[in-house]
Design a protein around this ligand. Structure first.
Ligand code: FES
Ligand SMILES: [Fe+2]
Length: 445
């Protein structure tokens, strides 16, 4: 097995390209990361009625998420226990039961096997349907409209897994009395390793002023804040990171005018009664925008595109991106948000195309043996790390540009990849103060 500790040097902010390329490491990730982490499965608005279902993935494993008759939600592996075909081949829909299209085994909404053709005449009496229900996702958790699941019975409770990232996540998903709903969905495949994208909302805001300068200039035309931020010397903002690899960053301090392509959403939020509602729900102090990633790949971007990526081998990932809107917003606001996301963070979106080009190139370059061994650098300090500073829980830096959250993400990744159990992982994380006490940034702090 590859010794991954040779490939990740947290103290000096260095990574080997191999972690984005090697098949063996990828197999290890499926076992140590994806079978262990909490992953987003669905939002209430995607399966509102009893019998509603959708297919998703945890890593490469196909998962059915189904609204039960009593309103609860269950999740199970979309793999027939007979010969391994998909139990359900539709992406989503409404059903009373699911019948495998290969030999006709049928499962109920909970994934239990309810019918086997020719059971009475062709199978032995000892055959028990109860032994062959679909493999259940053993733990699922509801959190503010979203359903999450993990394969690992020993994983910490979901809110403990979020840790201080809960405060920032709530800033996105708990703003409105009426909740949120998804109004659009896009999915596409990119030819690059899944960690390149995960890293970006976690930490890398600095690429914006180079990679996205053309798009940002067009999209934010006429905004003084955009001019100041994108062409200023030292943009203000903050980056934070939390326990199990989560992170995020945003431009601007409290009350500052910040560029955000979601102008319709901003105008909506600025209305006095809406602003008052948000302040009542989240408190006056909370100013969170920009991007956020809940490890491994539950991403929330500034204009309410929310996405999950599914790994597809070391060289490919599938992106599933939804547009969310406040459920109670007027139709024209919802439509305006939808069009804004379409312009920015969909396959045809300007920011998306900018980013995809970088990731594709990086992955392509890793084919080179020397290139793979050269390594990547993560030493941007931004500002000293502070813990639980002011109204910002967790580790944070009072600067929007920093590699600290990325290093924290890879420190967590390293701990996951080298631990055989959650117990061992928790010990390692605790030693690292759930963060990165020995990075160059921390030493300077
Ligand atoms: S594989 Fe599903 S019924 Fe045979
Ligand atoms: Fe980007």
């Amino acid at each position: 097995m590859t010794d991954i500790t040779e490939l990740i040097d947290i103290e000096n902010g260095r990574l080997s390209g191999k972690i984005f390329y090697d098949q063996e490491i990828y197999e290890q990730e499926l076992e140590k990361v994806w079978k262990r982490a909490w992953c987003m499965l669905a939002h209430d608005s995607m399966i509102p009625k009893r019998g509603d279902y959708l297919q998703t993935y945890i890593g490469e494993d196909p998962i059915m998420v189904v609204r039960q008759k009593d309103g609860s939600v269950r999740a199970f592996l979309n793999q027939c226990r007979h010969r391994g075909m998909r139990i359900c081949r539709a992406d989503k829909g409404t059903a009373k039961a699911f019948t495998c299209s290969f030999h006709g085994w049928a499962y109920d909404l909970a994934g239990d096997l309810i019918q086997v053709p020719r059971q009475n005449t062709a199978y032995p009496e000892t055959f028990e349907r109860g032994d062959f229900g679909a493999v259940k996702v053993p733990r699922i958790q509801y959190y503010k409209g979203f359903w999450f699941g993990t394969w690992d019975k020993d994983a910490p409770d979901f809110e403990d897994y979020l840790g201080s990232a809960k405060y920032y996540l709530d800033g996105y998903i708990d703003r409105w009395d009426g909740g949120m709903e998804q109004v659009a969905f896009h999915r596409w495949v990119l030819p690059n390793n899944w960690k390149f994208m995960a890293e970006q909302p976690t930490s890398d805001m600095q690429h914006s002023e180079i990679t996205h300068i053309s798009a940002a200039t067009v999209l934010n035309k006429g905004s003084d804040a955009a001019d100041r931020t994108l062409r200023g010397n030292d943009p203000v903002g903050r980056q934070f990171f939390a326990d199990f690899g989560h992170g995020g960053a945003w431009y601007g301090e409290k009350g500052a005018e910040v560029p955000n392509t979601g102008q319709a959403m901003q105008a909506y939020e600025a209305q006095p009664e809406i602003a008052e509602m948000i302040a009542r729900r989240l408190g006056d102090d909370r100013e969170v925008r920009g991007h956020l990633n809940i490890w491994p790949t539950f991403m929330l971007l500034g204009n309410y595109t929310i996405r999950v990526t599914h790994p597809r081998g070391p060289h490919e990932q599938e992106v599933w991106a939804w547009t969310f809107v406040p459920k109670d917003a007027p139709e024209e606001i919802k439509d305006s948000i939808r069009r804004d996301v379409l312009r920015t963070f969909t396959p045809a979106g300007m920011f998306e195309a900018d980013d995809a080009l970088n990731w594709e190139e990086m992955q392509h370059i890793l084919k080179g043996k020397v290139a793979r061994e050269t390594g990547y650098l993560y030493q941007m300090v931004g500002a000293p790390i502070q813990w639980d500073e002011g109204c910002y829980p967790g580790g944070s830096s009072a600067h929007v540009f920093s590699d600290n959250a990325a290093i924290n993400m890879y420190a967590n990744y390293l701990d996951m990849m080298t631990s055989d159990s959650w117990e061992e992982l928790m010990e390692k994380r605790a030693q690292h103060r759930m963060g990165l006490p020995t990075t160059p940034a921390a030493v300077q702090a």
